[in-house]
Structures are given as structure tokens and as C-alpha cells.
Write a new protein. Structure first.
Length: 112
């Protein structure tokens, strides 16, 4: 098994950042810090902001899911193997794209 400790450390740091971001977004959408304004126009603006925040939260949750799956693969010992052909994924590819589950050849085939 290769040593992916550097990638794992980067993923854990990003995992913590995302969990904090998701908590902040959730608090803002639930108006834990400030109540809704009484003016209807301000409420409409606030609702639009909530939609944007919700979209950001969804993106953060998707990235967090990718990180969690990747960390599980590292722990299971099958990280770095292409899910299609089983060959080893190039280390430079994993450094640039730690969530990569396919080697570049299989990824190109899957996209075409």
C-alpha cells in the first residue's frame, strides 16, 4: 500500500473547513443570528440570499461527500486504483485531483 498521508492530511483539513462552512450556512439560512426583516421587499431579498446560500451549502456537502468517500478508500487500502480497469492512477493525477477514481485513459473514455 502506498503512502497517501499527505493527500489524507490535505483532505482532512478541507473536510474541517467544509464542515465549518456548512454549519455557518445552515445557521444563516435558519436565521439563528438575525430574525427576518419585517419589510416584505427586504424579506424577498433575504429569501433570494437564502437560495444562494443553500446552493453553496449543497456544493459544500457534495465536496464533503467526495472527501469522505476518498478518505474511506484510503483507509480501505483501495485508493489510487482505477475503478474501471484496476490499474494504478498516476500520482500526479491524484495530487491534482484527489477524488479521481479513474486513470486518465478511462476518464477520457468515460467522458466521450
Amino acid at each position: 500500500m502506498k503512502d497517501f498521508s499527505e493527500i489524507k492530511t490535505r483532505l482532512r483539513i478541507r473536510q474541517q473547513e467544509l464542515m465549518q462552512r456548512i454549519a455557518q450556512i445552515s445557521a444563516q439560512v435558519r436565521h439563528e443570528d438575525t430574525p427576518l426583516p419585517s419589510d416584505f421587499e427586504d424579506q424577498a431579498t433575504e429569501r433570494e440570499n437564502e437560495e444562494v446560500m443553500d446552493a453553496l451549502g449543497s456544493a459544500a456537502r457534495r465536496e464533503l461527500d467526495q472527501i469522505n468517500r476518498t478518505l474511506q478508500h484510503i483507509d480501505d487500502g483501495d485508493y489510487g486504483a482505477c475503478r474501471d480497469c484496476g490499474r494504478e492512477i498516476n500520482a500526479a493525477r491524484l495530487e491534482a485531483l484527489p477524488f479521481a477514481s479513474r486513470c486518465i485513459e478511462c476518464a477520457d473514455r468515460a467522458e466521450s
